[in-house]
Design a binder for this molecule. Structure first.
Ligand code: SF4
Length: 491
């Protein structure tokens, strides 16, 4: 094995995430490679920290394994020698390889009698096809560095694992050698064309593609202030329709010919944009809003879904409700009361949350929510706590999903056919999250767990908890104001 021969010196090497992003959009890969860690918000950092914790836990399955990590040019020779002299049973974690300006750190390498078993650990609960791409990249870099790989596996979290977990392991493994090799063959052909573009001094020019729809760089590093109503925002659009419209020369919803719009909702969205005014289907709106019974209880849960929950009877990524806000209005604009609940981090507060909610939500009137999320949470709570089941089931029967109004009867030009409260809230109300310390759900989860850090002062913990309460309260305030706004659209 001559690992050092393929380790070309370079001021910058392509990372796995940049390479994989670059396969979809070269510009995205280029930007990804230069993204600074400081740009990550606390929600993303929390997600990454969970991934690191899962990796550490996985390593415990290989006692005696050696953690290697980052290498300098001078230590790579020693690493190569160490791997060359390894014996069956030897295990290395995060050994760093570089080949043809691509860098990879396989999570686990186990020496077996035929070569090396490469294992990548994912903080997920199922084997997704995108992970094959992930592993295939690592396989290319490691193989091209001279290490013979005999087997490739993915290790993911056991979706059924619950603490105390006496008879289960947290992880399950799947042999994906064939799929990874096949994908690596294709990627190897793509690499010579892609890598120089990712390492170039300037990125490729932005180009509207379907992936822009879910790309974080859209509107920021790409197409800044140049697009008003991009076609990927048409409700219900798929990649095929997107390409069809793009090929016909249209990038803005406002100019797409009616013949290319495939649903009444797409037609109405275009009309709303052209007229710059909300389009309201009054009969449908009235029918929907007539379902609401007063007093209306506006309910929003905050949950956390952890890769490795620390409390018993919670599965990986099971949504654990930790907070709620409840605004009760006897009639539009007539606030009766506001209630709230906030759990302690690292404790199972589900029973206390249920008891409090059941005592505050009364027996009559609708429970207004936004999306099917609260129904999912209440259903899961009923499953986990049979002693509250009957009462929780009765809450589910009182739910009214306000999102349906924006899916079926009201389209605002500013929402571009999107129904998320992130869009409908600012379009119909004056309420925003700008004045709050916590501005989104990811940040809320991260802060919730940070508040359990024993090194924080009691004042800091109190400040975080106040911010969490303010954030969740704003959610139900927005929901109530949205409801009142659409009620005013009726004659
Ligand atoms: S917004 Fe579009 S062009 Fe820009 S990086 Fe993302 S996918 Fe590529």
């Amino acid at each position: 094995m001559e690992m050092s021969q393929s380790m070309a010196p370079s001021p910058m090497n392509v990372t796995k995430s940049a390479f994989l992003a670059g396969l979809e959009c070269t510009r995205q890969g280029w930007l990804n490679l230069r993204a600074r860690e400081d740009d990550r918000d606390s929600g993303l950092k929390f997600h990454l920290e969970q991934g690191i914790a899962v990796g550490k836990e996985a390593r415990k399955r290989f006692p005696g394994g050696k953690l290697l990590g980052r290498q300098s040019r001078s230590t790579r020779g020693a690493l190569a020698a160490e791997l060359t002299s390894a014996r069956p049973g030897d295990v290395f974690f995060e050994a760093e390889f570089v080949s043809d300006h691509c860098i990879a750190r396989p999570d686990i390498l186990c020496r077996d009698k035929d070569g090396w078993h490469l294992i990548e650990v994912k903080s997920a609960t199922s084997f997704k096809s995108e992970y094959v791409d992930d592993v295939a990249y690592t396989l290319i870099v490691v193989t091209d560095s001279g290490l013979p790989i005999s087997k490739v596996s993915l290790m993911v979290l056991n979706p059924e694992f619950e603490l105390p977990g006496l008879e289960q392991d947290r992880f399950i493994q799947e042999n994906i050698t064939e799929q990874a090799r096949k994908r690596a063959d294709t990627m190897r052909q793509q690499r010579p064309g892609l890598v120089p573009k990712l390492l170039a001094d300037v990125p490729m020019v932005e180009q509207l593609i379907y992936a822009c729809k879910s790309c974080d760089y859209f509107g920021d590093s790409c197409f800044k202030n140049t697009m008003q109503s991009p076609i990927f925002n048409l409700p219900g659009i798929n990649e095929r329709q997107f390409k069809q419209i793009l090929t016909s020369g249209h990038t803005e919803i406002s100019t797409v010919p009616g013949s290319l719009l495939t649903s009444p909702k797409q037609q109405v969205t275009k009309k709303a944009i052209l007229r710059n005014s909300p389009q309201i289907e009054k009969a449908a709106l009235k029918q929907l809003l007539d379902e609401v019974r007063w007093p209306a209880h506006y309910l929003d849960f905050e949950t956390c879904a952890l890769a490795m929950p620390s409390v018993e009877r919670v599965r990986p990524y099971e949504q654990l409700p930790v907070q709620y806000s409840l605004h009760v209005y006897s009639s539009p604009h007539r606030l009766e009361r506001h209630e709230e609940f906030l759990a302690q981090p690292n404790e199972d507060n589900r029973d206390a949350l249920c008891q409090r909610l059941l005592s505050q939500v009364g027996r009559t009137g609708s429970i207004v929510v936004y999306s099917s999320f609260e129904k999912t949470i209440l259903t899961k709570l009923a499953e986990r706590m049979p002693h509250h089941r009957a009462e929780l089931d009765s809450l589910i029967e009182r739910l009214f999903d306000l999102r349906r109004v924006f899916a079926e009867a009201v389209i605002h030009p500013a929402c571009l056919g999107r129904e998320s409260i992130k869009y409908t809230g600012p379009a119909f109300t004056n309420l925003t999250y700008d004045d709050l310390e916590i501005k989104n759900g990811f940040q809320a989860i991260a802060e919730f767990f940070r508040s359990g850090n024993p090194s924080l002062s009691s004042q800091e913990v109190a400040r975080i908890r106040q911010s969490l309460l303010a954030y969740c309260k704003r959610d139900t305030e927005v929901m109530a104001e949205l409801h009142f706004a659409v009620l005013e659209c009726l004659p």
